[in-house]
Design a protein around this ligand. Structure first.
Ligand SMILES: [Zn+2]
Length: 465
């Protein structure tokens, strides 16, 4: 999260999960919590580990618009008054009425451990975490993620846990606040502005590098590569001078800064002058998918290349074996890629082998149906278990050089009726085709996308080096 961006958050939706209705006070408490998430840097009065930032709550630093909306939302809610009307000189006093701490999740940290580190009572912590359970799974905490805690002075002298904030995603924060009926959780959804971006470029090296040069965000690029990998053999079909275009959603905060990319609406590659273009479409009652202008789903039973941005380093057929030294049949294809590159399941299926297998090293075999299976060798690490169901595109392991391998690469096999076949030469069974009324609806949909594309200026045409 960017510092200060939380100050500009709008509370667009606040869902209260506890018995109490959504009162203005809860909204205000949540906003106070959000303000706390900014982590004002007045930490000179307290000593904390380097990962903590703490501050007394100082309304003077709150942006006017936030303060105004808090005040409007409070509507005389007494619980917050001491906090909001506290003069800024309270920074000077040694016994603040409240204290905000921001902590970063470290290795091995659980929410419970973080709360303990911040000095929260363990019973209180357990209650607060329990209260948020329906809205946030504490196991989702990620390394480096920040949580914000607010402590308030109880009747006696001790500071007690008053609020806990966990940012779940760029647009969603879960807040737990202490109320009369114990801890209550709510989610705050930040309202983001959706716009569209049209990016295009010419391939100078690989689609991967040229698209990155064109400023296409990584998640969009990965999705684009995944889409085209059903139809395009990146190794043999993509040449210098080929082009690409992608039209995708972008979400920005109130300051207009993009915070995340959304779905691709249309993507195209111009290969040797021929355009391959896909459109996003959600058939009624189904998940959105991508189709050609003729209504053919791009999804195939198997991916041609189960790895992003890899280079085909050895094809299928007879060759001198690089490790054994004599000629033998190479029953798969090799994709050179950096160690640790994720390997995807080529299709939906069940893992029928996951473990060490002689020269294959760490090896996974996925059974897709009665006829087809795919196998993946030399992995540095396996990410699935025997018998596990996997979906197409799911990460099943990572590129390595285990077994008989001279360097990091993926050895990939397609097995048809028990024997290995060349994965690059098989005619893959295609997915569904839109027809009749459905096709008419789809066509109206792509007309709308085309009009939007035409109305959006292209961000980059030529990759800038
Ligand atoms: Zn191989």
């Amino acid at each position: 999260m960017e510092p200060n961006s939380a100050q500009k958050w709008r509370v667009a939706a606040a869902k209260v999960m506890a018995a109490r209705p959504a009162t203005p006070m809860l909204t205000a408490v949540a906003m106070a919590g959000l303000i706390g998430a900014v982590g004002f840097g007045f930490s000179h009065q307290y000593k904390h580990p380097a990962t903590e930032r703490s501050a007394t709550f100082n309304p003077g630093t709150v942006l006017d618009n936030v303060e105004a909306s808090v005040n409007a939302a409070v509507n005389g809610a007494t619980a917050l008054e001491p906090l909001l009307t506290q003069p800024s000189t309270s920074m000077q006093t040694l016994a603040p009425a409240s204290l905000v701490k921001t902590l970063a999740v470290g290795r091995g940290d659980t929410l419970m451990k973080l709360l303990a580190k911040a000095g929260a009572d363990s019973t209180e912590s357990a209650l607060a975490i329990e209260a948020m359970r329906g809205l946030y799974n504490p196991k989702k905490l990620q390394l480096g993620q920040e949580i914000t805690l607010k402590f308030e002075r109880a009747d006696g002298d001790a500071l007690q846990l008053a609020a806990l904030n966990v940012q779940d995603s760029v647009e969603r924060t879960v807040t737990v606040t202490r109320g009369d009926a114990g801890f209550q959780a709510q989610e705050i959804v930040r309202e983001l502005d959706k716009s569209h971006v049209r990016s295009a470029g010419t391939i100078t090296s690989s689609l991967y590098e040229s698209a990155l040069d064109a400023g296409i965000p990584m998640p969009v690029l990965s999705e684009m590569i995944r889409l085209f990998s059903y139809d395009v053999d990146f190794q043999r079909e993509v040449q210098k001078g080929d082009g690409f275009e992608v039209f995708y959603e972008q979400f920005a905060g109130e300051d207009g800064k993009p915070v995340k990319a959304g779905a691709i609406q249309s993507a195209a590659m111009m290969l040797s002058g021929q355009e391959i273009r896909y459109y996003r479409y959600a058939p009624p009652g189904e998940e959105a998918d991508y189709f050609t202008a003729r209504g053919m789903s791009v999804r195939k039973a198997l991916l041609r290349t189960p790895i992003d941005g890899a280079r085909l380093s050895s094809g299928f057929g007879m060759r001198g074996h690089p490790v054994l030294g004599f000629s033998r049949m190479h029953r798969g294809v090799d994709f050179a890629a950096a160690a640790g590159t994720p390997i995807q399941a080529a299709g939906d299926g069940t893992v029928e082998t996951a473990g060490w297998s002689g020269g294959y090293g760490n090896y996974v075999r996925v059974r897709h149906n009665g006829q087809y299976a795919t196998a993946y060798g030399h992995m540095s690490r396996i990410a699935v278990k025997n018998g596990q169901r996997v979906r197409q595109g799911q990460i099943i392991g990572y590129v390595g050089a285990t077994g008989l391998a001279t360097g990091p690469h993926l050895h990939y096999e397609t097995i048809y009726n028990g024997g290995q076949i060349n994965p690059l030469s098989i005619r893959l069974p295609t997915g569904r085709k839109l027809e009749g009324k459905e096709f008419a609806t789809f066509q109206r949909n792509i007309d709308a996308i085309e009009r939007q594309i035409a109305a959006t200026p292209t961000k980059t045409w030529l990759a800038q080096k």
